[in-house]
Write a protein that binds this ligand. Structure first.
Ligand SMILES: [Zn+2]
Length: 118
């Protein structure tokens, strides 16, 4: 699962946590995001509890920025709309937030995200 050589854009866990809080502010759920944890996760890239506890896979530290963004936005939109909700509105919001920055990464939508994300 781990890459043999780290990507050039690998980041620290502090930066990943900072990204999570930045996105929470953009999405308007900063008041609901209580905790952010980074730890090894076997089956998911991230998860979020109804109480606002966000857990991020440490594998994200070695993923491209666009992918990290997609995972963070996905989880935080759950905090906004509800858990386990994957309807059209959910995906429309995720797309809108993900495309609001980084126009150079138009359609980076790794399919493995859908399997590991919940
Ligand atoms: Zn989800």
């Amino acid at each position: 699962m781990m890459q043999p050589s780290p990507l050039a854009e690998a980041i620290t866990r502090d930066l990943l946590i900072a990204e999570a809080y930045t996105w929470a502010r953009r999405i308007g759920v900063a008041d609901r995001l209580q905790e952010v944890h980074v730890r090894p996760m076997r089956r998911k890239w991230a998860s979020i509890s109804t109480r606002g506890r966000l857990t991020l896979s440490s594998d994200l530290l070695r993923q491209p920025a666009a992918f990290r963004r997609e995972v963070l936005v996905h989880e935080l939109v759950h905090l906004k709309l509800g858990h386990g909700l994957h309807n059209a509105l959910f995906y429309a919001l995720v797309r809108a937030y993900c495309s609001s920055e980084g126009q150079d990464t138009k359609e980076k939508h790794p399919t493995l995200a859908l399997n590991r994300n919940h």
